[in-house]
Design a protein around this ligand. Structure first.
Ligand code: ADP
Ligand code: MG
Length: 200
């Protein structure tokens, strides 16, 4: 698998900027209507450092992007996405195969879990990252299966009751809406898949 760090970060930044409206609407339903704005701010901060990403190796680019997201995005999501990328950057080599990407993703998701004190089933972004990381780490996962799982996992947050983050203040009333962080996670996973050149 060949991964161009600048292309990868560019795709992440575009995704964070382009989906502002939808993510804001989702957060308006069960949170404080800022998830889209927070993500757009992060995407713009990544774009502002594009020159650094062009000169970086994959591990350096992931760590830098994680740092930028942790410090600029704000809200609950910024530090969570930041720790995911920073930990992935520390766990991955400059020219990884799919198995190495899977291992780094699993390590990143574990860091997110610890930071958020969150488990699967609590209606958060973890409900997308956890199953997707498991699938990517498994031998023989296809691009199509990862895409489909990311979508199913985001949709599966709709009936859940939120147990973490602002949506948890709503209790039972948080049911019936997709978690905004789960949706942004799905969108990021699809954007990253599109940006990568898989050599399968
Ligand atoms: P805030 O909730 O501070 O306004 P955002 O709106 O940007 O921040 O992000 C909200 C999203 O963050 C939620 O939809 C959820 O997916 C995620 N989230 C919130 N708290 C946690 C947590 N403790 N662990 C994992 N994810 C969380
Ligand atoms: Mg919010």
């Amino acid at each position: 698998m060949r991964i161009d760090p600048a292309r990868l970060i560019d795709a992440i930044a575009d995704c964070m900027i382009e989906n502002m409206q939808e993510l804001t609407e989702l957060d308006a339903a069960i949170g404080d209507a800022d998830h889209g704005l927070n993500m757009r701010k992060g995407g713009e901060a990544l774009r502002a450092d594009m020159a650094a990403f062009k000169a970086a190796s994959l591990p350096q680019a992931l760590q830098l992007a994680g740092n930028i997201l942790a410090t600029t995005v704000g809200g609950a999501a910024g530090p969570l996405y930041g720790s995911l990328l920073m930990t992935m950057g520390k766990s991955i080599g400059p020219d990884p195969d799919l198995g190495e990407v899977g291992k780094a993703l699993v390590a990143g998701v574990e860091a997110m879990e610890r930071l958020g004190k969150v488990e699967a089933g609590q209606k958060t972004m973890l409900d997308v990252w956890k199953p997707v990381s498991r699938l990517v780490a498994r031998e023989g996962a296809t691009v199509q299966s990862v895409r489909a799982l990311a979508h199913e996992a985001a949709v599966a947050t709709i009936p859940m009751e939120a147990r973490r983050g602002r949506a948890s203040y709503l209790g039972e009333r948080s049911r019936g809406h997709m978690d905004p962080g789960a949706r942004s996670s799905e969108l990021l996973i699809l954007a990253v898949i599109d940006a990568l050149e898989f050599e399968q």
